[in-house]
Ligand binder design. Structure first.
Ligand SMILES: N[C@@H](CCC(=O)N[C@@H](CS)C(=O)NCC(=O)O)C(=O)O
Length: 278
């Protein structure tokens, strides 16, 4: 187990917003992540809510703009915000914003040049949870997961693949089917190769079609989101959930776009959704 370097810790709403880094065995890079721990009595362990971010993001976007701390503090939720990919010199990248650094898509890549470092699935599912359990007052029996856009895709697919671990799943403007959008085709084609059967583990709708189940799902989606029609396609998730009898609450939010202005507006609803289930 790697040790933790503290980059910063600031008191906020009676808790501590921290930023930490560690040497990841999965990505073979240093990885940075943010953790908010609400104020609590000594010895008390709190439920953990994972927030996965979207394309171009680091741990910092939601920490700076997500406005989660006041209510997370009130509800007693630890919020963990990982980075979206390995980074740094020697880590492969792509000139475009939707592949490579900042665009890990929460997969374990099998193709070159990505396979050595781009192991975000194992990083989020195994390595970072073990570190969080060891280093923070986290009750790992009570975990939920949510995220935005590519991170919404991460939250849905990781939640669907691990229903015993994540008791609650929600998303803001998620990519719901990587098999059915240009972002997905580019990223999964690059990371996993052209055999699309290997993509199904990384497609929320395909996972549901193949039998994955969660108790219920909450999605908030802005109607003025510039990626709605071409990339996000929430109707595909509606259809998949209907066929599988998974209760889906899809809130179409009139006039809201893809930005953190939208996420921060509906953050409280999501925190409450998770707190009720954890
Ligand atoms: N850079 C891209 C957009 C990327 C984008 O919208 N990223 C979203 C996630 S998919 C985000 O959260 N960006 C960072 C931010 O708003 O702080 C573009 O110009 O089209």
């Amino acid at each position: 187990m790697s040790s933790l370097t503290t980059i910063s810790e600031n008191k906020a709403f009676g808790g501590v917003q921290g930023v930490y880094s560690h040497a990841s065995a999965e990505t073979k890079t240093d990885m940075t992540f943010a953790v908010f721990v609400p104020g609590r009595e000594d010895g008390v362990k709190l439920p953990v809510l994972w927030y996965l971010s979207g394309l171009t993001c680091t741990h910092a976007n939601v920490m700076d703009k997500g406005e989660y701390r006041r209510l997370a503090s009130e509800l007693g939720l630890i919020i963990v915000c990982p980075d979206t990919s390995p980074r740094g010199e020697g880590v492969p990248d792509d000139e475009a914003y939707d592949m490579g650094q900042g665009a890990g898509f929460y997969v374990n890549a099998t193709e070159e040049p990505w396979a050595a470092n781009f192991r975000m699935r194992s990083y989020i599912e195994q390595e970072l949870p073990a570190l969080i359990a060891q280093q923070f007052p986290a009750d790992m029996e009570r975990q939920g997961i949510f995220g935005h856009s590519m991170g919404g895709h991460g939250a849905l697919t990781i939640g669907l693949r691990n229903p015993d671990r994540f008791k609650s799943v929600s998303a803001f403007a998620p990519i719901v089917s990587s098999l059915n959008c240009p972002w997905g085709h580019k990223a999964l084609g690059g990371y996993l190769g052209t055999d699309q059967s290997t993509w199904r583990d990384y497609d929320a709708c395909a996972l549901i079609e193949d039998g994955a189940r969660v108790a219920n799902i909450l999605v908030d989606q802005g109607t003025a989101d510039q990626f709605l029609e071409e990339q996000l396609k929430p109707d595909l998730l509606v259809a998949a959930c209907e066929r599988a009898a998974i209760p889906l609450t899809l809130n179409m939010r009139e006039g809201y776009d893809h930005s953190y202005f939208t996420i921060s507006t509906f953050m409280d609803d999501h925190l409450r959704w998770h707190a009720e289930r954890l």
